[in-house]
Ligand binder design. Sequence first.
Ligand SMILES: Nc1ncnc2c1ncn2[C@@H]1O[C@H](COP(=O)(O)OP(=O)(O)OP(=O)(O)O)[C@@H](O)[C@H]1O
Ligand SMILES: [Mg+2]
Length: 278
Amino acid sequence: MNPLEQLRETWRRDQVFDFVQPAPDFSTKVDTTHGPILYVEDVSVSFDGFKALNNLNLYIDDGELRCIIGPNGAGKTTMMDVITGKTRPDTGSVWFGQRMNLLKLSEHEIARGGIGRKFQKPTIFEALSVFENLELATASNKHVWYTLNKSLTGEQLDRIDEVLKLIGLKEQFRMEAGALSHGQKQWLEIGMLLMQNPRVLLVDEPVAGMTGEEVEHTAELLTSLAGRHSVIVVEHDMAFVRSIARKVTVLHQGSVLAEGTMDQVQNDPRVVEVYLGE
Ligand SMILES: Nc1ncnc2c1ncn2[C@@H]1O[C@H](COP(=O)(O)OP(=O)(O)OP(=O)(O)O)[C@@H](O)[C@H]1O
Ligand SMILES: [Mg+2]
């Protein structure tokens, strides 16, 4: 095995992406004819009797950019854990489009099926170049041994080029990923997820630790992804949220407290009391 193949192996073991089993092409089966791409209905999750999610109802439209805010412990990360299959709810239902029951799929199947999640811990390969990281994340298909043994197809190269432009790292494509700034590493990670063509992208606190300029670029990046992807962003940085906000959902004690435009939720006395007034 050459080093690149070894790294693919590592990734496969980490269950980030699967390069051996053919990825079922769920994306064509995601039925969004009624609008939403995600239906989270009456979902409750308890940890030792404590309700982290309490009859949560959330509907995300196909192609929308949704911001989720709320105080610490409101259940934002738990909500993402439920959507991605990491945590199973005690009650409720979670559907990907109208026909795919996410509660019946494994975490792995959900990831391969088109719901990508950006974790805070970096999963990029620091010793590889920016380009190689994207190459490694290139969407696998039935012809896995073909992609392992042959060089990239023209289509795959075009996609890498497109993603490099989107994440603003075109000039850095030869650079070792470990030498990137904190913000650039986060964008590279988003780029690696984009190589899998997810329908839905979940990002939890993407701008933590970024410089002002990096925050601005992240806002542009996530905004540009909406439409082609549905993007769910959880963030505490209110200036950032304001800069990208369309529809905002406020979670509190595991339920939706308010939903609307940034202005609407900001002026909602209940939201001010539990969160923004802090
Ligand atoms: N695996 C777990 N075991 C026990 N309790 C948990 C577990 N995961 C989350 N919790 C609890 O569930 C509640 C919701 O946590 P969650 O991480 O979803 O909140 P959050 O809205 O993401 O908060 P933050 O803004 O601080 O990230 C918290 O009280 C947390 O302590
Ligand atoms: Mg959290």
